[in-house]
Design a protein around this ligand. Structure first.
Ligand code: AP5
Ligand code: MG
Ligand code: ZN
Length: 229
């Protein structure tokens, strides 16, 4: 592996994983790997795999572990991720996925697991107002829409509401977060790589807090005391 950064971003639905992962990836010059974005792109392209994933996603259910792990393993094997590193967004979400990732990366293969911590009442407001570009996945909010008529600022694609951002699916997604994903905080704490960042407030401030926490986590462990003479 090269000298870049190897991170994953945890947090409940609407915590700002996507918003921040894009910035982190740009800052460190590493690929942003979002399983949700990969599944939505496959669904939009109507591949058999994408259509199958879409069935789970629109109900707010998790896509089965073996499917997700296959997709991520393939992506992590590409040169950019091997040479430079990565920011994983939305993976892992279950204990099985986390253990498989450890196996793929090996010991010391992760610089930090960043938990973006936001109260549930705040994420509910964010998700209900979220709108995304159908083409590139860029994220907007009803309170900060694209410049022109709900067309993406980057590529002019339609900016729409995600199918799983409707109330019933949101409820299920948050339930699964508590059941399957929140326990990963303990898992990464035990591995000594967990950093928790307050995700409430201005996105620029959240980003600054994340960078500071990541840099602290990457500092070499304090050197061993000098050997006695
Ligand atoms: P995924 O796409 O990963 O969705 P998610 O986990 O539900 O997370 P979100 O994308 O909803 O939230 P986010 O934290 O990225 O928030 P965002 O930055 O957009 O997964 C979708 C589905 O795919 C899953 O339900 C599952 O079916 C399947 N899937 C994916 N990965 C899987 C896996 N590993 N295993 C199994 N299945 C998997 O921000 C939210 C909103 O808030 C936006 O409008 C944004 O503009 C706004 N915002 C962000 N930050 C701030 C801020 N600081 N202040 C104010 N507003 C903000
Ligand atoms: Mg996201
Ligand atoms: Zn777009």
């Amino acid at each position: 592996m090269g000298s870049g950064v190897r991170l994953l971003v945890l947090g409940k639905q609407g915590a700002g994983k996507g918003t921040q992962a894009v910035r982190i990836a740009r800052h460190y010059g590493v690929p942003h790997i979002s399983t949700g974005d990969m599944f939505r792109a496959a669904a939009a392209a109507r591949t058999p795999f994408g259509l199958k994933a879409q069935e789970f996603m629109k109900r707010g259910e998790l896509v089965p572990d073996d499917v997700v792990i296959g997709v991520v393993a393939e992506r992590l094997a590409k040169d950019d991720a091997v040479d430079d590193g990565f920011v994983l967004d939305g993976f892992p979400r279950t204990r099985v996925q986390a253990e498989e990732l450890q196996r793929l990366l090996g010991p010391g293969g992760l610089d930090a697991a960043v938990d973006i911590d936001v109260p549930t009442e705040v994420v509910l407001e964010r998700i209900s107002g979220r709108r995304v570009c159908r083409t590139c996945g860029a994220t907007y909010h009803v309170s900060h829409p694209p410049k022109v008529d709900w067309l993406c600022d980057k590529d002019g694609g339609d900016v729409i509401q995600r199918e799983d951002d409707k109330p019933e699916a949101i409820e299920r997604r948050l339930e699964l977060y508590e059941r399957d994903t929140r326990p990963l905080l303990d898992y990464y704490e035990e591995l000594g790589v967990l950093v928790t960042v307050d995700g409430d407030g201005d996105p620029d401030d959240v980003f600054d807090r994340i960078l500071e926490a990541v840099e602290t986590a990457r500092e070499p462990r304090s050197p061993a005391p000098p050997a006695p003479r």
